[in-house]
Design a protein around this ligand. Structure first.
Ligand code: ATP
Length: 579
């Protein structure tokens, strides 16, 4: 995704919006910077006083002391400014990182799925670094540089107007040249960062699928796909660096040329008696002093531009809409008449999709018992789960939970009511304990061990060097064991509804038996809804909902459907789940 391009004014306002919460400290940083600039500006004037004292044989003590005082003042104020601005910069980065990460985890699924996770990671990791300099140091240094430049020019005017004319001519030419180079630099920097975002996306996807990449011998091709973006980024960055170097050289060369012109013109005026030598020396000191603000302005404008582009990308990531997790009513208590779930004529089309995933889906699922969803690929089984978890809302129709319209309930309350075991069960960061007590981190170890026992993993975990504290990623868990960890996570919460998307593969005998036991056990007091992929699961289901093209084609028990539905018979035969 390329970053949005806006007007310069709009971009500066965008950058300012990140800085606004820190404006007081930024202002203090600016004032300290002005102090540094003032002490630097006063130095040549005091130098002139010393030179004049030499010719008039006056005491040198006061001007030398003033010079030392200015030196100490400059150093102290400079130190204070650097630490203050550095702290502001880190705080801006921390604020942005915190708000982005919060937004990503609270983001609506459709918005998140439109972006690659690698790109989102690069927003938090890389773009915030560019924002750091721009949002504090560059902004303040730019103002300091401009003030120093103006101050230097004013003091030059006080010293000698004809020499100032030479200086201004040089500064104007340099300024115009540098300004012309700024836009190409900004564009190249922005393109380089866009490529880094894409690189993050391709790299993360490739690493997620590293087993497939290796099995298919695609290491080099995959590397090339990532490196292609790194190369493109480097190409744009090199272009930016070259143009920046041209801007620097123009600025530096222009000022050096001005100094030579001042020296030649000034020396001639000294020789004609129009200019005292001390004035020429003071003027030259100011001319040398011009190098610093001019290069400061050049450097900070380029940094500011990079930061502005990063700010635009960060704001774009912030357009991910968040879920209002707590708005709405709690889930009503179940009574005999209303307990469970009902779908009435539910239709749902994924954003951007031409065909509905569910159409006229109607079903009643009791508050207790095992309901299995069976159907061909793409028939809408996962979509039913996504609607129940409120990852999406139906376009039309009503879902009721214990009699209450699902949409009037708070998302947090609905999800609290449900445990979800995905087909692909990624391990979460942290230990085995963290993975199982994910929903309630203070769950008692005894309950965790019971859950591990129920899924047949207790012996395996006991043998791990750190037991429950073993980092999950290092615990050497097979696909089936990972699904059992997810099952253990689901049952420690004693959910009112368990959604289980059964693994199509990876189920060893032990896992299959554990799944079976848990379904039977939980179904005594909860609604267990499975997307069933094996015979043992469907045979035991109290009700099977046979789905086709986003709707319920038939409902009944395994035996029922075997006798009366061709599609079910075909599915049973094709999946080899039938007897
Ligand atoms: N995020 C999405 N965006 C657009 N269309 C989607 C999305 N997810 C699913 N679909 C489409 O919605 C329809 C139903 O998909 P769903 O995943 O619910 O089917 P399923 O029965 O679970 O399939 P499977 O058994 O293969 O997992 C399919 O046509 C699918 O292509």
């Amino acid at each position: 995704m390329s970053s949005p391009r806006r007007s310069r004014g709009g971009n500066l306002a965008l950058l300012a919006s990140f800085v606004r919460p820190h404006r007081r400290r930024l202002l203090a940083g600016l004032l300290l910077g002005l102090g540094v600039a003032a002490s630097a500006l006063a130095t040549p004037l005091v130098t002139k006083m010393i030179l004049d004292s030499v010719s008039t044989s006056a005491s040198l003590t006061a001007p030398v002391a003033a010079l030392l005082g200015l030196l100490v003042l400059g150093v102290v104020l400079g130190y204070a400014q650097a630490t203050l601005l550095g702290t502001v910069a880190e705080n801006v980065v921390l604020d942005v990182r915190t708000s982005l990460v919060r937004r990503f985890f609270r983001g609506r699924l459709p918005d998140l799925q439109r972006r690659s996770s690698g790109e989102l990671v690069s927003r938090v990791v890389a773009d915030t670094v560019l924002l750091r300099e721009a949002s504090s140091t560059s902004l303040v240094n730019l103002i300091n540089g401009a003030v120093s430049l103006t101050g230097t020019i004013v003091l030059m005017a006080v010293l000698d107007v004809p020499l100032l004319g030479v200086t201004l001519a040089a500064v104007t030419v340099v300024g115009l040249l540098v300004a012309a180079l700024m836009r190409p630099i900004a564009e190249a920097q922005s393109r380089a960062q866009d490529e880094i975002g894409k690189l993050g996306g391709v790299l993360a996807a490739g690493l997620d699928a590293v087993r497939t990449v290796k099995a298919d011998g695609a290491e080099d091709r995959q590397t090339q796909r990532v490196v292609m973006h790194a190369e493109a980024s480097a190409r744009h960055s090199i272009k930016a660096v070259r143009t920046e170097a041209a801007a620097w050289s123009a600025a530096d060369g222009g000022i050096q040329l001005a100094i030579i012109a001042i020296l030649a013109f000034g020396a001639w005026r000294v020789s004609t008696g129009d200019l005292p030598v001390s004035t020429l020396i003071a003027f030259l000191l100011y001319a040398f002093g011009l190098v610093a603000p001019v290069s400061e302005i050049t450097l900070n404008v380029t940094q500011l531009q990079a930061g502005i582009a990063a700010a635009a990308r960060i704001r774009d990531a912030e357009s991910i809409r968040t879920e209002l997790l707590d708005a709405g009513a709690p889930v009503p208590a179940a009574d005999a008449a209303t307990a469970g779930l009902s779908f009435t004529d539910v239709t749902m089309t994924y954003p951007g999709s031409a065909h509905p995933a569910l159409t006229g889906f109607t079903a009643d699922i009791p508050g207790r018992g095992h309901t299995a969803l069976v159907g061909p690929s793409g028939s809408g089984k996962t979509t039913v789960f996504s609607l129940l978890l409120r990852f999406y809302d139906p376009d039309t129709g009503v879902i009721r939970l214990n009699g209450a319209d699902h949409r009037t309930l708070s998302i947090a309350a609905v999800r609290h009511h449900i445990a979800y075991v995905q087909q692909e069960t990624p391990l979460l960061p942290g230990s085995i304990r963290d993975n199982i007590a994910f929903r309630s981190p203070d769950t008692d170890d005894q309950i965790i061990w019971q859950a591990l026992d129920a899924v047949g993993l207790a012996d395996h975990v006991r043998k791990l060097p750190a037991g429950l504290a073993e980092p999950a990623a290092q615990a050497g868990l097979s696909g089936g064991q990972r699904q059992r960890v997810a099952l253990a996570r689901a049952i420690v919460t004693r959910p009112a509804i368990l959604l289980l998307d059964e693994a199509t593969s990876q189920l060893d005998g032990l896992t299959e038996a554990a799944v079976q036991r848990i379904i039977t056990d939980l179904a005594q007091h909860s609604a267990v809804i499975t997307i069933a992929h094996r015979l043992s699961t469907v045979i035991d289901a109290d009700t099977i909902l046979l789905m086709e093209k986003g709707t319920v084609r038939a409902a009944g028990t395994h035996r029922d459907l075997l006798t009366r539905d061709d599609l079910y018979r075909d599915l049973v035969a094709a999946l080899r789940i039938g007897s």
